[in-house]
Design a binder for this molecule. Structure first.
Ligand code: 26W
Length: 840
């Protein structure tokens, strides 16, 4: 799409919406000429990388290009920092242990409106932009939905000119690289920094010292007040690495600041000289381990000491950075809440609460009540889960050892909180036990979600249903105690990355129909409703989908040797592997289809040709999830190779699903699988990305699926399965999965086929644990929803047979899902939680 399409000189309505007083942002002029870009590029290649064009490698050229893009953004970045330090606006500090950024080059070119200039300039140098794009290794500094959400949010905040800083950890190794050996997951380290990252700006001179361990002592200060102080046992340095977060076409550049752990002293020369080399570097290695690797556990906290170290390390550095470097001198701490809101992305950064208290009490000498009043206004907490096992707790033992002063503070917060609960509800010991921040069983521990709820000015869930269940089921006592504290902000995704960049042909088609403003005002997609009725537009849309399938096929061919046929329905399930997400249900559907053909009961020619695509990483220690990956690969092998299938069913499982692959898969998909057990998926964000790219959803009434279905309408969504109350009712009455197995012939045949060893060379033991898990311990009720899922899939097949009607539904999905822009999510946070107006 030519850049001119959005480069009009007139002001365009800002993402805040036309009614907002600050909505009109001037659009800055396109900055670069082709000649100028060529000069900059060659200069960087020669003088920064020290190579000539003819001698340069693809990586050299990529680095030089990235530096050129950086240079164009630099003046704005510096200017924004200067302006904000003068204006001193209220700033959002987004505290997140994960940012799943995806590739940077294309995004930054787009934001700076440099794509066309760069393409031409490189062509003039005989270099293909496409080739340079492909060499970038994405920073995989997150596990899944929560990390990707943080990346979408900082993109929206920059695009909406909201003063904000993203704070996190610069993991040296991100989420592992997944490979398959004999169909089983094998993890490789993700050395994303091996060839250097051109997007980061380290500032070792601005390192913060972060302390751990030791003990506390009581003393009486000069005013006769009894105080505590922390005598730490050891320190590490937190070195900030800054990353540009450019807004889309608004000339704005925000900052993402990730911290790297570095030892305070590099090694012990005395010990080294004595010949004990390992001992000499031991302390250094220990300290630097803190930012070494992202924990790959998603939803199951392990309670590991290193993880608590990571959490405290980055929030302590971030708070200190904000107070010392961003806030500026002479600010009365009472005014802190008018200058900052720390948003807690799940419980991972919650140790920031006692840390801010410690700073205010011990370093700034405030008294308890003042410090607590300030702290309670400076934090807000987002919960991203409903699984009880995912609610983080830290043993008092560990916390007291690593952060003794913080434990004291937590105890005092709890004491005063429970006192207030008693005042309100009387000596209801049961309730007190249930609400205590300190749990006693199975061991004494700090419940981080409770601490966040007590300290946070607001607590939000991430979709309507999730927020409701959070209040009713997870934290009902807190909801009663704090009326008005709980709220909902439904998640969203950035249309820049997930439509404009990932699906350029669709973006052009939309711009052709609606003009350019939709990228920052996604509700304008409504305008496509009329086009859904236009046969010519439908034909164009279908052509885009087909071309996206070809593009995907090219990528998968090179990457994994897979081919995707344009005539197949593309049925995609991509997300972390977890039992609650129910990849097993998808497997049972595939096995059912296959078994029908293999047994001769169904003619292959009668089957709608479908390619099933999976993308999923399993936490390395999650054995059942890994078995399911093995099974998917095993089923795929048999189905793909059985001649009786006549190639009409195909199962593809490209390894190492990541943001980059998502950007190729989602635009090509016809069908989006969102099939979690109702009440388990907090929101989902993949569901939104698919719908916005014109895939229809087959899904349960769970997470944001509920809102997607309400918006797109029942005719354009394949709903199946129990509702959350039905799930509860079935549990209450006693769920017996084996009964479903006995009563449903298709289900029995599918499970029997897996049990028979048909997918494991006759070895019945390989998948036996999966089979018995389903039959006797089906925690996520796969069998209970099976028949309804199969029926929904029959409807999918029937609907797909009418291609034109399908296309109409796909367009209506896009038209009606503008709500799921992360710009809207940010507007909700700003209006209801942060109260941080944009600064234009
Ligand atoms: C190791 C402990 C742990 C616990 C919880 C790690 C990670 C988590 C996260 C809360 C899991 C997560 O990513 N949650 C997802 O957040 C998305 C963004 O809000 C939602 O869309 C997903 O439904 C939710 O599973």
């Amino acid at each position: 799409m030519p850049e001119e399409a959005t480069a009009s000189a007139a002001p365009i309505v800002h993402a805040l919406g036309a009614t907002h007083p600050l909505a009109l942002a001037p659009v800055t002029a396109p900055p670069a000429s082709v000649d100028g870009f060529v000069r900059e590029f060659l200069h960087n290649l020669n003088f920064e990388l020290g190579v000539s064009l003819s001698a340069s490698s693809v990586n050299d050229r990529y680095l030089a290009l990235a530096q050129t893009v950086r240079d164009y953004l630099m003046a704005r970045w510096l200017d924004d920092q200067r302006r904000l330090s003068e204006i001193k606006p209220k700033t959002v500090c987004y505290l997140s242990a994960e940012y799943l950024l995806g590739r940077q080059l294309d995004n930054n070119l787009l934001a700076a409106r440099l794509t066309d200039v760069a393409t031409e300039a490189l062509a003039a140098c005989g270099v293909s932009l496409e080739e340079l794009r492909e060499i970038e290794v994405e920073p995989g500094l997150g596990n899944g939905g929560l990390g990707r959400l943080a990346a979408c949010f900082i993109d929206s905040l920059a695009t909406m000119s909201v003063p904000s800083i993203g704070y996190g950890i610069r993991y040296e190794y991100g989420i592992f690289r997944q490979t398959f050996v004999d169909g089983q997951q094998v993890e490789q380290p993700d050395s994303w920094l091996r060839l250097g990252s051109p997007w980061e700006f380290p500032h070792p001179e601005a390192a913060q010292t972060i302390s751990f361990g030791g003990h506390t002592e009581k003393y009486v200060d000069d005013d006769g007040v009894e105080r505590s102080r922390w005598i730490p046992g050891w320190n590490v340095l937190a070195v900030p690495y800054n990353y540009m977060v450019p807004g889309y076409h608004n000339g704005r550049v925000n900052t993402l600041r990730l911290w790297r752990a570095v030892a305070t002293s590099s090694f012990d020369l005395r010990v080294f000289n004595s010949g004990d080399y390992e001992e000499a570097v031991r302390a250094q290695t220990y300290a630097e381990n803190i930012s070494k690797v992202l924990y790959p556990e998603d939803s199951t906290p392990q309670g590991k000491e290193l993880r608590l170290q990571q959490q405290y390390f980055f929030v302590a550095a971030s708070i200190s950075d904000f107070l010392e470097n961003v806030l500026g001198d002479g600010v009365e701490l009472e005014k802190l809440p008018s200058r900052v809101i720390f948003q807690l992305n799940d419980t991972h950064p919650v140790i920031a609460v006692p840390e801010l208290m410690r700073v205010l009490l011990d370093e700034r000498r405030l008294d308890w009540d003042d410090a607590w009043a300030i702290t309670q206004q400076c934090f807000a907490y987002t919960c991203h889960t409903l699984l009880p096992e995912a609610l983080e707790v830290w043993s008092v033992d560990l916390l007291g050892r690593l952060l003794p002063r913080h434990l004291e503070i937590i105890y005092r917060i709890n004491e005063e909180f429970l006192e207030a609960v008693r005042e309100r509800f009387g000596d209801d010991e049961m309730r007190i036990r249930n609400m205590s921040i300190i749990g006693e069983h199975p061991y004494r521990s700090v419940r981080m979600a409770y601490l966040a709820t007590v300290a946070g000015a607001k607590v939000n869930g991430v979709a309507e249903l999730h927020s409701q269940l959070l209040r009713d089921k997870v934290l009902p006592d807190f909801d009663e105690f704090y009326p008005g504290k709980f709220t909902n902000v439904t998640n969203g995704v950035t249309p820049r990355r997930f439509i404009r960049l990932a699906n350029p042909d669709l973006a052009s088609l939309i711009t052709e129909a609606l003009g350019a403003g939709w990228t920052i005002d996604l509700e304008r997609l409504r305008g496509l409703e009329a086009y859904a009725e236009d046969p010519e537009f439908r034909a164009k849309f279908a052509a885009v989908k087909a071309s996206n399938k070809r593009r995907l096929s090219d990528v998968l061919h090179v990457r994994d040797g897979f081919d995707v046929s344009e005539d197949h329905m593309l049925d995609v399930m991509v997300k972390r592997l977890h039992e609650y997400k129910r990849q097993m249900l998808k497997v049972l559907h595939i096995v059912t289809e296959y078994e029908g053909i293999a047994s001769g009961r169904v003619a292959a020619s009668a089957v709608q040709p479908r390619t099933f695509v999976f993308g999923a990483k399993a936490a390395p220690g999650y054995i059942m999830a890994k078995r399911i990956i093995h099974l998917i690969n095993a089923v795929g092998k048999v189905v793909n190779e059985d001649p009786r299938v006549e190639g009409r069913l195909k199962v593809l499982f490209p390894p190492n699903y990541n943001v980059t692959l998502a950007e190729r898969l989602i635009p090509a998909a016809d069908l989006s699988e969102q099939i979690s057990l109702a009440g388990k998926e907090a929101s989902g964000t993949g569901n939104m990305k698919f719908a916005l790219n014109g895939a229809l959803t087959v899904g349960t009434d769970d997470g944001a699926n509920v809102e997607i279905r309400q918006l797109v309408g029942d005719d354009n969504f394949f709903l199946f399965g129990m509702t959350e109350p039905e799930v509860e009712a079935l549990w209450a009455k006693g769920y017996r999965p084996a009964d479903f197995y006995q009563q449903d012939d298709d289900l029995r045949r599918a499970i029997d086929l897996i049990a028979s060893g048909a997918f494991s060379d006759g070895d019945r033991s390989v998948f036996e644990p999966i089979v018995s898990n389903l039959l006797y311990d089906d925690r996520f009720m796969v069998l209970a929803d099976y028949s309804s899922y199969i029926a929904a899939q029959a409807q999918v097949d029937a609907a797909y047979a009418d291609q034109d009607a399908w296309t109409r539904s796909a367009i209506l999905n896009i038209a009606r899902c503008g709500f799921f822009s992360s710009d809207r999510s940010m507007r909700d946070y700003i209006d209801r939680i942060w109260h941080t107006p944009p600064v234009l």
